[in-house]
Design a protein around this ligand. Sequence first.
Ligand code: GDP
Length: 364
Amino acid sequence: SLTAGIVGLPNVGKSTLFNAITKAGAEMANYPFATIDPNVGMVEVPDKRLDRIQELIPAKKVVPTTFEFTDIAGIVKGASKGEGLGNKFLENIRQVDAIVHVVRAFDDDNITSVTGKVDPVGDIETINVELGIADLDAVDKRIGKVQRAAKGSDEAKEELDVLNKIKPVLEDGGAVRDIDFDEDEQKIVKGLFLLTSKPVLYVANISEASMADPASDKYFKLVNDYAKKHGAQAIGIAAETEQEIAELGDDDKADFLEAEGVTEPGLNKLIRASYKLLGLETFFTAGGKETKAWTFKKGTKAPQAAGIIHSDFERGFIRAEIMSFDDLDKYGSENAVKDAGKLRVEGKDYVMQDGDIAEFRFNV
Ligand code: GDP
């Protein structure tokens, strides 16, 4: 399954954020299995659509979908020089599918920042430079390998062309994700497992005072501007406060959130943004014992989506009967959706859409 890795300089609040995530995860009513790896935290994806579906098509149970965060510890500075722990840091990033990049955006004289000041954009660049150097190193090595083969093989030639397209961008301090590739090139890039090709979300760890309105926070603004310039997204989270919130029971939590002037924990925003960053979407099943959310990778076709529920559903797939959440929400019942002609019958080539409520027909 896909996982988002939490990355950042020391003392920016990564562990605090990860604790908030695992605390929230430990509270999950339907936690299906325990994780052995302490660096992996499972979270439920908060989705208000589930409650609405449950209201209109009641079932015994409501089951949200889940996904994983990975806490990536290790030495950052000089990592690309390949020394011990630094190397491990890069290896760990290589194994995740998206990067949640946390930077310090709070003032607190008691907490030492590695750079001696609060400089979120500088922090971002420190890490991105390490990742870029590591990628450049990998690209150079790969060029050395395929150069000769490129004379005799079209395949190697194509790879070499891609490598030569990437190299100057990295030399300029850019990231692979900033480059436009066509579909064939994309396949080659995917096989290179480069660190700066992974999608990134910037998380500013803001002070509690900014929680109700992160957009007005001076540090968040800097991070947001940087992210925008690089086609990425940024969010502001008060990690320490989120950790406190995650520890509260439901009633206390509601009171706390109201006092802070927010409608939901910032963690929810982080979870949803990370889920999207991973290219994940949700379909629902309803009308049986459970109202349930399922995760699929954007672009998944109906039989494979059915296979997420059970391999038999994929093997014997006949068709999918689908209504969109928006239609159910609008018409108010399954029958009303049907009467409006909005219940669709889809075949094996149908690409699942976020918010689809599906019933699969299959041969056993
Ligand atoms: P890591 O090294 O990035 O994992 O950072 P930690 O999560 O261990 O946090 C470093 C220190 O900063 C700890 O003492 C935290 O309690 C503190 N800290 C984390 N988030 C915040 C925050 O939002 N505000 C303040 N004032 N302190 C924080």
